[in-house]
Design a protein around this ligand. Structure first.
Ligand SMILES: [Ca+2]
Length: 319
């Protein structure tokens, strides 16, 4: 069940309302998330029933009430951002209290602060909103299918293709859509290499686990046709270690999924994955790249917010 993808044409509250778009909401949960160098899509695990129970609040959770707001500064008003609340199927009998909130986190250099707003049916049911397909899947890379590109069709948005690295945006072979990345070493003994994520490195914490997935296709590759490695860096961006995750000598294969879990080693704060090919003959294609954390951040605290009313000790009393 998708809440928030049903009625077309409903705009964000923040576009239509005055100072506080959440003046009708009674509860929120604060959250801070690490930004990456590109826009990413995150998911947050929620148990609204537990948050309410732990605060001694009784009533009927309204799954249509879930909204996400970013706090642009300490004093600024919360600004609503597009989100989707997906209740866990097994949670439907208890009114969809457990689930995942999915939304986009804009790129940046540190972290961003959010509030997840929610409410009880007894406090007035909230309208269903439709944000389109702004956040379709959990992934810490942007434009992983390489479909968005510059006008010349040479550089995909949020990715880097340095000339000497031997990676090119291509339309001749694709896994999905109409574009992929083609790797081709310029000469024997040289390496063609493609870095994931595109801009900068993935910001990580020791012990975190990630799923790394992408599709490859090989054609007439000689030598070391496909090598996948992860490089780890410390807080000062100094190289710590690297691991080879896979090597395929080829020569040819149809579109095949690379799917591997990574555990961030001690002291590592950044990671970069390299897909490389030493083959000066033949081609290697890459498409549909995704990096997703295996454990989701969780909402931990409930805050009562009802600026135009005193904090309600008995919120189960209908208006
Ligand atoms: Ca594609």
């Amino acid at each position: 069940m998708l809440i928030g993808g049903q009625l077309p044409g409903v705009r964000c509250q923040s576009e239509t309302a005055g100072k506080d778009p959440f003046r009708d909401w009674h509860y929120c949960s604060p959250l801070s998330l690490t930004c990456q160098a590109s826009d990413i899509t995150v998911e947050v695990a929620t148990d609204f029933g537990k948050l309410l129970r732990d605060s001694g609040i009784s009533g009927t959770f309204d799954p249509k009430s879930v909204r996400v707001a970013e706090l642009k500064s300490n004093e600024g008003s919360p600004v609503e951002i597009p989100s989707i609340y997906v209740p866990t199927p097994s949670s439907s009998q208890e009114g969809g209290q457990r689930g995942r909130v999915r939304f986009r986190v804009r790129h940046g250099t540190s972290s961003r602060s959010y509030r997840i707003y929610f409410d009880l049916v007894e406090n007035g049911e909230k309208p269903v909103v439709n944000y389109g397909d702004a956040c379709s899947e959990l992934t810490f890379v942007d434009n992983g299918g390489f479909e968005r590109a510059d006008k010349e069709g040479k550089t995909p948005e949020s990715w880097e293709l340095p000339k000497r690295a031997g990676g090119f945006l291509d339309t001749s072979q694709v896994h999905t859509g109409s574009r992929s990345i083609r790797l081709h070493a310029a000469d024997k003994g040289q390496v063609a290499s493609f870095g994931i994520p595109g801009m900068g490195a993935l910001r990580v914490e020791p012990g975190e686990r990630y799923s790394v997935r992408f599709w490859t296709r090989g054609q007439d590759l000689t030598d070391r046709g496909l090598i996948v490695s992860v490089y780890w860096y410390d807080v000062s961006k100094r190289y710590l270690s690297h691991e080879k995750l896979k090597e395929v000598s080829g020569p040819s294969w149809e579109w095949r999924l690379f799917d591997q879990n990574l555990t961030v080693p001690p002291e590592a704060q950044e990671a970069r994955i390299f897909v490389s090919s030493y083959a000066a003959h033949g081609y290697l294609w890459i498409d549909d790249v995704s990096i997703a954390p295996l454990a989701l951040p969780e909402l931990k605290a409930l805050r009562t917010v009802a600026p135009e009313e005193p904090a309600r000790a008995e919120p189960e009393v209908p208006k």
